[in-house]
Design a protein around this ligand. Structure first.
Ligand code: SAH
Length: 507
């Protein structure tokens, strides 16, 4: 039997890309991942197929699972021969009870490794624009628990020594206890004018910072209704934030953006918006599936040498076409001499990456332009193949026939309604928290409205801006009774992002 072991992994402070390479490797190989409330759930998508995912999170005081039970769970899984990844927010050995879990493992002689993570104090302060040390301000820093435990660990803190003996003090788990922390520091001699900042959900697009001084911070935090999880940073370095802040100055910081593209296609849009500081909520309204029946495409492939032109209108069209070609033990040499038209830069890119440079890449999807370019070589009497989605509508095939070309349109993929969890998105819309929703095709509009047919979408869209990728998608919105708030000038993902940026600058 395979011998199990445990990786105690720090997931980092929140942002998905702040885990270590080793941490990510562990997630990829684990048979069982036992994770906490503070570990970013998005990291779980890197786990291997069939990996068992167990949530044992703690949220405030309502612990989902007691520590003893977690310890037992880890031990049980390892004894089954599993590679267990114990994934914890921040660093496992900084207020993470990692030590207790390892002590338990030792009782059973279980192998383990510790993978450090970036702890909240380091990460949240960096993202808030506050260096923990600075030669002009302080050269000492302390991490302290602000949590009052029943056994009075908190009261064991030597306030007199800390208040003036340490320059920068970071409290974890201290939001509820803030009044006591402030009182203790001031009573022990720290100046009431000392700058303080609370950073909630540091490094995430939902990061929130409230700052002030020891004297007024309690009131400010109450006004801002700031709750856990947050760190409390006390010290002169906090005053540097005004000059050094960067993360919350990003163009789309604080904006909630719902994107409705198919999951396989969403990453570029998601990554770019995230880099611009937005909180992106992926809500795929489309799933792309291969056609149930390949007969049409297979027939076309078997007589592929009879075509003069192949026209592709989407990345998926190209991918499925090439895959099917290979399925028939044919390859790119089969396309020798046949002209290729790729509509849109992304579609062209798939060809270029496979070693073929398309003969025609129209800058815009405009049938007239494409026809004009093709006529330079001649359309009449020539044979065209257009592999595309079942539902796509366009005028190109008609125009080609009008000009005397012979065109075969074959179905290469279908789009269906995915089985997506609607809960999170519904809640955001109901609370009027969505700033933008992007529609990248007519199907995304139709499917979104179908998925929420019984919700008050009309009311939702009063406070959300509808971003359309181009005129056809905008028409579909209008036909459904909604006016697009923004339309991309260039009908591409980059164009869509540019349109959102432009809008966010003026509003
Ligand atoms: N092991 C974790 C700490 C767990 S204790 C680490 O190394 O970061 C839980 C406390 O960590 C929270 O109450 C809060 O004070 C702090 N914390 C964790 N993630 C945080 C984040 N993203 N932003 C602000 N504080 C965070």
């Amino acid at each position: 039997m395979k011998k199990g072991m445990v990786y105690l992994v720090g997931a980092g402070p929140g942002a998905e890309d702040l885990i270590t390479l080793k941490g990510l490797e562990c997630i990829k190989v684990g048979d069982t991942i036992i994770y906490d409330y503070l570990a970013n759930k998005k990291l779980l998508k890197y786990s291997k197929k069939g990996c068992e995912l167990i949530y044992v999170g703690k949220k405030g005081s309502s612990h989902t699972m007691e520590q003893e039970d977690i310890n037992q769970l880890i031990v049980d899984k390892v004894l089954e021969g599993k590679i267990v990844v114990r994934l914890k927010g921040g660093d496992p050995y900084v207020f993470g009870r990692g030590g207790e879990e390892v002590e338990e493992l030792l009782k059973y002689n279980i192998d383990f490794e510790i993978v450090p993570g970036i702890t909240a104090a380091i990460a949240a302060s960096a993202y808030a624009g506050i260096p923990l040390t600075h030669r002009n301000y302080t050269s000492t820093v302390a991490f302290i628990t602000g949590h009052e435990r029943d056994d009075k660990e908190f009261s064991k803190i030597h306030w007199d020594k800390i208040a003036n003996g340490v320059g920068t003090i970071v409290f974890y788990m201290g939001v509820k206890n803030l009044p006591n922390i402030v009182k203790n520091l001031i009573q022990s001699g720290r100046s009431p004018e000392t700058p303080v900042a609370l950073i909630r959900w540091g490094t995430l697009p939902t990061q929130k910072v409230v700052d002030g001084t020891l004297q007024n911070i309690v009131e400010r935090v109450q006004t801002a209704k700031l709750t856990a999880p947050a760190i409390i940073l006390v010290g002169e370095v906090v005053s540097l934030r005004e000059k050094l802040r960067w993360f919350d100055k990003k163009s789309l910081f604080g904006k909630n953006i719902v994107i409705t593209r198919a999951r396989e296609q969403a990453s570029e849009l998601n990554n770019t918006l995230t880099k611009l500081g937005a909180n992106v909520i992926e809500f795929p309204t489309i799933e792309i599936v291969e056609p149930k029946d390949f007969t049409e495409l297979d027939n076309a492939i078997s007589s592929i040498r009879s075509y003069d032109w192949l026209i592709f209108t989407s990345v998926n069209g190209v991918k499925i076409f090439l895959k099917r070609l290979s399925h028939h033990k044919k390859d790119l040499r089969e396309l020798y001499g046949i002209k290729i038209c790729a509509i849109g830069p992304k579609t062209a890119e798939v060809f270029i990456n496979s070693g073929i440079h398309p003969d025609l890449i129209p800058p815009k999807y405009q049938a007239e332009y494409i026809i004009e370019e093709m006529e330079k070589i001649g359309i009449s009497g020539k044979r065209f193949l257009l592999p595309r989605a079942k539902v796509a509508r366009d005028v190109l095939p008609n125009k080609i026939s009008e000009k005397g070309g012979i065109i075969d349109v074959v179905n290469v993929y279908e789009t269906i309604l995915p089985d997506t969890n609607k809960g999170e998105v519904r809640e955001l819309f109901n609370n009027h928290q969505v700033d933008y929703i992007t529609f990248t095709s007519s199907s995304t509009v139709k499917n979104f409205l179908e998925m929420f047919a019984n919700d008050s979408v009309k009311d939702w869209f009063k406070t959300t801006k509808l971003v359309s990728i181009g005129p056809i998608t905008s028409d579909t919105l209008r036909e459904s009774g909604f006016a697009p708030s923004i339309e991309a000038e260039e009908f591409t993902i980059d164009g869509l992002i540019a349109a959102i940026l432009k809008d966010s600058e003026v509003s």
